[in-house]
Design a protein around this ligand. Structure first.
Ligand code: NAD
Ligand code: TYD
Length: 351
């Protein structure tokens, strides 16, 4: 059966890398990118492949079941890789409802379409992309494994945990052919500059203050986004139905150390005296309910599917900085208008 794969959220950060990989690598698949183009969605992210014969784009909101169904039927969708989501924790704290409708109801709509339209005798995959944040927060020791009990603590992670539960419930109850992965923090090109790394790069570039929440001792595990896209490719093709795979970089950094490293890289690139940008660091009011540490045990995907991260962090960070410095137009367009209002309203309250 020819594969017509619906990839949701393909105009966003990770989705654009997944779309690019699948369109370029699998000319025999038809890739349908479905995205409602929220503030985080940007067709510029995938401009290089927009004219590919095996690619099409549909503007559609996953909360709109009728519109979604029309796409599903018209495009004869055989598989789904579901990335569309509201993804920023801070926004989920200031306004949780879009997270609940998109991440939970939107996922339920896709699951129900697949349940009602796929013949179980055929070869289909519903692949749900999720986050390590569903597992909660770690202390100084230990790692999240696929067996770790769910303990989401922000509206974002709770909405993703709900969607994960729905995916597993559809597999258990209806036999829907599902796969799932829970990944740590991604970094790389085309990430919206509300997330830590691109926000800091943009601020350092423009000599603006660098807002570090709380003490800056919170720890995140960082993974090069193209390595995540490769893991998604491997799981989609080789992962077992009904299984979950944790994806991570084995690469933990405190926020403060990471921001200091970025300052040093950018000072060098911009021929500033080393230490110039570190002076911009400003410790601000902590995020409400701020998770202390995330760390992934990515042994299962390595042992069972042979995937492991390929890009070393400093190398990936330099590539990321280079991309943002070379793409001032992309960044300038995104950080004008509504972004200015968001930034002012959010960060002025914090300082
Ligand atoms: P992103 O915010 O950059 O992109 C999300 C995309 O989804 C955007 O293009 C947006 O327009 C689209 N979208 C949002 N609401 C929609 C709706 N109602 N209907 C249709 N499209 C909609 O997010 P990202 O960082 O690329 O994350 C993608 C997925 O990966 C999410 O499911 C997220 O939970 C998961 N994830 C992200 C990370 C990370 O570090 N960014 C880590 C692990 C998992
Ligand atoms: P973020 O990129 O929002 O990802 P997540 O919260 O999903 O892990 O934030 C990464 C870490 O950086 C997190 O501990 C919060 C912190 N942070 C700051 O200290 N300052 C900032 O301006 C932002 C956006 C994040």
């Amino acid at each position: 059966m020819k594969k017509n794969i619906l990839i949701t959220g393909g105009a966003g950060f990770i989705g654009s890398h997944v779309i690019r990989l699948f369109v370029n690598k699998y000319s025999d698949y038809q890739i349908v990118n479905l995205d409602s183009l929220t503030y985080a969605g940007n067709l510029e992210n995938i401009k290089d492949i927009e004219n590919a014969a095996n690619y099409s784009f549909v503007k559609c909101d996953i909360r709109d079941m009728d519109a979604l169904k029309a796409v599903f039927i018209k495009e004869k969708i055989t598989d789904i890789i579901h990335l569309a989501a509201e993804s920023h924790v801070d926004r989920s704290i200031t306004g949780p409802m879009d997270f609940i409708t998109t991440n939970i109801v939107g996922t339920a709509n896709l699951l129900d379409l697949a349940r009602n339209n796929w013949d179980s005798a055929d070869d289909h995959v519903f692949y749900h992309i999720s986050t390590d944040e569903v597992y909660g927060s770690l202390g100084a020791e230990g790692f999240f494994t696929e067996e770790t009990a769910y303990d989401p603590r922000s509206p974002y992670s709770a909405s993703k945990a709900s969607s994960d539960h729905l995916v597993n419930a559809y597999a258990h109850t209806y036999g829907l052919p599902v796969k799932m992965s829970n990944c740590s923090n991604n970094y790389g090109s085309h990430q919206f500059p509300e997330k830590l790394i691109p926000l800091m790069i943009n601020n350092i570039r423009h000599s603006k203050t660098l807002p570090i929440y709380g003490t800056g001792e919170n720890v995140r595990d960082w993974l090069w986004v193209e390595d995540h896209a490769k893991a998604i490719d491997v799981i989609f093709h080789k992962g077992k139905l009904g299984e979950t795979y944790n994806i991570g970089g084995w690469n933990e950094w405190t926020n403060i150390d990471l921001v200091k490293l970025l300052c040093q890289i950018i000072d060098e690139k911009l021929h500033r005296e080393i230490g110039t940008s570190e002076k911009l660091i400003n410790f601000v009011t902590d995020r409400a309910g701020h998770d202390m540490r995330y760390a992934i045990d990515a042994s299962k995907i390595k042992n069972e599917l042979g995937w492991e991260p390929s890009v070393q962090f400093e190398e990936g960070l330099i590539k990321t900085v280079d991309w943002y410095l070379a793409n001032e137009d992309w960044l300038g367009a995104i950080t004008s208008g509504a972004y200015q209002t968001y930034y002012k309203n959010f960060y002025e309250k914090k300082s």
